[in-house]
Design a protein around this ligand. Structure first.
Ligand code: NAD
Length: 479
């Protein structure tokens, strides 16, 4: 026991949760609902973590704005022309902040209603039953706990050679919306990079993207991404695949960036703003887990079992820190499982699928096994595709570039995966998530009456394509 623990604890609780992101607050609220005296610790004064404060939510507020601007521009082709938008950046940023505030206020009220005590500060273990919460002014609060749930999340990775300069930002910095640069470099062609590139390009920035590997959004099937790339071909000036940034110098006229790789420009290129979106790393090494006997990998992950237990029986870990994929909705479900076990129930995380969504335009969403992964794993599967070019609603929307793809197990005929590219794919994927969880087959999905005319019909029709009975396409081969 460290010196601090010779002091009486300031708080005694049944469950302490470290980290108040979607996973952490969901765990704390569930534990409290089950009757546990619960304490929720976060370094920030507000609940919601990265996702709500500087991630998923503010980015969606801006992506929604960008989508409307682009849609309004697109209407010119339908005979309705608007003047160019006048962008009041301060007001837009204030709107985004108000969205976040509405949600954080709601969370604070819900914590209070559940009598969850919230403590602001950095939580570090001092032994297997004590957490020290250190505030910004270095005051220490000692919490004695029966069970702990580690939900400390992840942080943006950096490139060590980049100078410290306000014109070089991570996603948090980009979301602050301090300026609309004339030229911008996005380092990393993953989801964060491309979502922010979408926002900034719509607001007027000329953008280059540099990606070390040979593809954008590499978790998604290539056929889905190809549609996105075609639609966005003119949005970006240069997309430099298989290329890396090797140096950057901050000069008065901008950030001078040098590249190396297959598509590297010979000379340094000057940018007004550089966004670094090269992935996130888990915060496992920031909580002194070793003092509690919890094993953390070198990369900062904490291994857990299906009950979300770490190697220490009464300490659980959830969310980004507990492994890929680093997604809020996975964290929430893991949080519920951990809380239920911590409160003495028997609960397991046994999801058949965890959906992913890139909220760029068009959206890309996928669930279950991807086609790429099924091929890699040698899974015997059959696929059915419904092109949105045959969807009345997609055509009416003037956006029929997308498609819906379903993958079925060749033997059982049950759905094992699906992918959608097109407007609102992120909402549409939920039906596929449910179908996978329920073990539905193509007849279940195809015979389910979908409303007409909707984009959601494309899921039912893809299942009909699998059965060879779709009457919205030319005759198909019977299976
Ligand atoms: P990512 O790992 O998805 O993508 C980062 C990309 O950067 C990769 O393609 C990688 O090859 C590339 N890269 C790495 N180093 C590079 C270098 N030196 N030069 C050029 N390219 C380089 O990471 P992300 O987009 O930062 O997202 C981080 C995490 O947050 C992911 O786990 C993601 O799932 C999650 N996230 C999800 C959503 C969503 O669900 N909509 C949104 C944002 C973030």
């Amino acid at each position: 026991m460290s010196a601090e623990n010779t002091r009486e604890p300031d708080h005694i609780c049944d469950v302490v949760v470290i980290g108040a992101g979607p996973g952490g607050y969901s765990a704390a609220f569930r534990a409290a609902d089950l009757g546990a005296r619960t304490i929720l610790v976060d370094r920030w004064p507000v609940l919601g973590g990265v996702c709500l404060n500087v991630g998923c939510i503010p980015s969606k507020a801006l992506l929604h704005t960008a989508f409307i601007i682009d849609a309004a521009r697109g209407l010119a082709e339908h005979g309705v022309a608007f003047a160019n938008p006048e962008i009041d950046l301060k007001k837009l940023a204030a709107h985004k902040d108000s969205v976040v505030k509405k949600l954080t206020n709601g969370l604070a009220a819900m914590a209070k209603a559940r009598k969850v005590i919230t403590l602001q500060g950095t939580g570090t273990f001092s032994d297997p039953h004590h957490l020290i919460v250190t505030s910004e002014d270095n005051r220490e609060t000692i919490v004695r706990f029966d069970k702990a749930i580690i939900a400390a999340g992840s942080e943006a990775m950096t490139l060590p050679f980049l100078p410290s300069d306000p014109r070089i930002v991570d996603s948090t910095g980009a979301l602050e919306l301090r300026q609309i640069p004339k030229t911008m470099l996005v380092i990393g062609g993953g989801i964060i990079g491309l979502e922010m590139a979408t926002v900034y390009s719509t607001l007027g920035a000329r953008i280059d993207i540099v990606e070390a590997l040979d593809g954008l959004m590499l978790g998604a099937d290539r056929d889905l991404v190809a549609v996105w790339q075609k639609i966005n071909a003119r949005r970006f000036d240069h997309v430099m695949m298989q290329t890396k940034v090797v140096s950057a110098n901050a000069e008065p006229d901008g950030i001078h960036v040098r590249f190396e790789g297959s598509n590297a420009p010979e000379k340094a290129v000057v940018y007004d703003l550089v966004l670094v979106a090269v992935g996130r790393k888990p915060n496992g090494n920031a909580i002194a887990a070793q003092n509690a006997g919890v094993t953390v990998t070198e990369r900062g992950f904490i291994a857990v079992d299906k009950q979300m237990r770490t190697n220490v029986n009464h300490i659980f870990a959830i969310g980004d820190i507990a492994g890929e994929p680093m997604l809020a909705h996975k964290a929430v479900h893991e949080g519920h499982v951990a809380a239920e076990n911590a409160a003495g129930k028997m609960s397991f995380f046994d999801a058949r699928q965890i959906p992913s969504v890139a909220y760029a335009d068009p959206e890309i969403a996928w669930a279950g096994v991807t086609e790429t992964e099924a091929q890699r794993q040698g899974i015997a599967f059959r696929k059915a595709v419904f092109p949105w070019a045959a969807s009345g609603r997609a055509i009416a929307n003037g956006r029929d570039e997308g498609f819906t793809k379903l993958l079925f197990d060749a033997e059982t005929q049950r759905i094992i995966g699906g992918g959608i590219v097109g407007i609102d794919a992120g909402n549409l994927i939920s039906e596929i998530c449910l179908a996978i969880e329920m073990g539905a087959d193509a007849i279940d999905i195809g015979k389910t009456i979908h409303p007409h005319p909707t984009l959601s019909e494309s899921v039912g029709m893809a299942a009909e394509v699998f059965e060879g009975v779709c009457t919205d396409l030319p005759p198909q081969k019977r299976r």
